[in-house]
Design a binder for this molecule. Structure first.
Ligand code: NAD
Ligand code: UFG
Length: 338
């Protein structure tokens, strides 16, 4: 297929592009590089041994979109978004403009070019604090921050679009906690500034860029007192996008799928696993809980297992080993490489 990948230079997008190219798809990426580097796309092409087409531009810019859709597109995978929860609380308008405004502009361009298939990056954040875990797709949706609200609104607008077009198909992928890196160590997660998320923070402590990890709360009602999440390997997540593209081609309508392993790990378990993978000590300090954090969030991935024919196969050891390889080979991320 001819696929348009928005946000394809980012963490999850770059890993997905490698697999899409390897599977024989023709890939166009549109990305404004607001949270990524063009070198990631050079490495994607090197890893896949195939070229992709890159349109550097913003999905809110109709001219950039017109360039991206030129030549014919069969389906869109939509990663492009701002994703930092804390920043979204400080700059809600920027998040609404970029994420929701961007999605509206993208879908208008899809309509103008007769494109009816969409795979969308949603998030487990749409569940807020669920009543029970593992959470199923039909659990109540109750977001707790502006970033989460943008994801919920985008899901709803995609649902409404599908309802108005019986031939259209959309797959809403609710990611839990993507971690790890391509096993080559050539691409990986490269947050700008101080990482918000656990795994990149641990990796930067291990490599010596940061002194210690702050554990946000050790008084949660969990076995070791720290928060529990469903971490999944980014290569498993990338594979889910291949399945989702095929699923969208075969099924009309809009469906949501949880993407996780179904197994939760605590912060302390993650630290121990990373120490084992890296052979480095990770100094930790327990501090206050982080505002908005939930105790435990894990996926019930049964729908994705059954309907997408997708299952996460990589365990915690591979997640840590691959993240560590990437961090060691690129201690400053993509910043100081040519
Ligand atoms: P990322 O920041 O690495 O990638 C997003 C990419 O989109 C970046 O390359 C950025 O430059 C680009 N982008 C942002 N706004 C744009 C715009 N207006 N026009 C063009 N390009 C734009 O993030 P990621 O971790 O790869 O996440 C990808 C998607 O998955 C996002 O939608 C995110 O909300 C979602 N998601 C991520 C996680 C996670 O923990 N990483 C969890 C759940 C959902
Ligand atoms: N944590 C720490 N110290 C840190 C960072 C995180 O103790 O420096 C803890 C958190 O308190 C939490 C766990 O590690 O218990 C995981 O935190 P992350 O920030 O890595 O992940 P979250 O589950 O909070 O959120 C992530 C994304 C959200 C997304 C959500 C569900 O940041 O955008 O997963 O997909 F919505």
């Amino acid at each position: 297929m001819n696929l348009l990948v928005t946000g394809g230079a980012g963490f999850i997008g770059s890993h997905t592009c490698v697999l899409l190219l390897e599977a024989g798809h023709r890939v166009t990426v549109i990305d404004n590089l607001c949270n990524s580097a063009a070198i990631a796309l050079a490495r994607v092409q090197e890893l896949a041994g195939k070229p992709l087409r890159f349109v550097e531009g913003d999905i809110r810019n109709p001219d950039a979109l017109a360039r991206a859709f030129a030549g014919g597109i069969d389906a869109v995978i939509h990663f492009a978004a701002l994703k930092a929860v804390g920043e979204s609380c400080e700059q809600p308008l920027r998040y609404f403009d970029n994420n929701i405004g961007g999605t509206i502009a993208l879908m208008q361009a899809m309509e103008a070019h007769g494109v009816q298939r969409l795979v969308f990056s949603s998030s487990a954040t749409v569940y807020g604090q669920p009543d029970r875990v593992p959470v199923k797709e039909d659990a109540p949706l109750r977001v707790t921050n502006p970033y989460g609200r943008t994801k919920l609104v985008m899901e709803q607008l995609i649902q409404d679009w599908c309802a108005a077009r019986p031939e259209a198909s959309a797959v809403l992928l609710r990611y839990f906690n993507p971690v790890g890196a391509h096993p080559s160590g050539r691409i990986g997660e490269d947050p700008r500034g101080e990482p918000n998320n656990l795994m990149p923070y641990i990796a930067q402590v291990a490599v010596g860029r940061r002194e210690y990890l702050r554990i946000y709360g050790d008084d949660y009602p969990t076995p070791d007192g720290t928060g529990i999440r469903d971490y999944l390997h980014v290569m498993d997540l990338a594979e889910a996008h291949l399945k989702a593209v095929d699923y969208a081609a075969a099924h009309a309508g809009c469906e949501a799928f949880n993407l996780g392993t179904g197994r939760g790990y605590s912060v302390r378990e993650m630290v121990a696993a990373f120490e084992a993978a890296s052979g480095r000590a990770i100094p930790c300090w327990s501090v206050e809980r982080r505002a908005g954090d939930v105790t435990e969030l894990t996926a019930d991935p049964a729908q994705a297992n059954a309907r997408l024919q997708w299952r996460a196969t990589r365990g915690l050891e591979a997640m840590c080993a691959d993240a560590w390889r990437w961090q060691q080979m690129n201690p400053e991320g993509f910043t100081h490489v040519s």
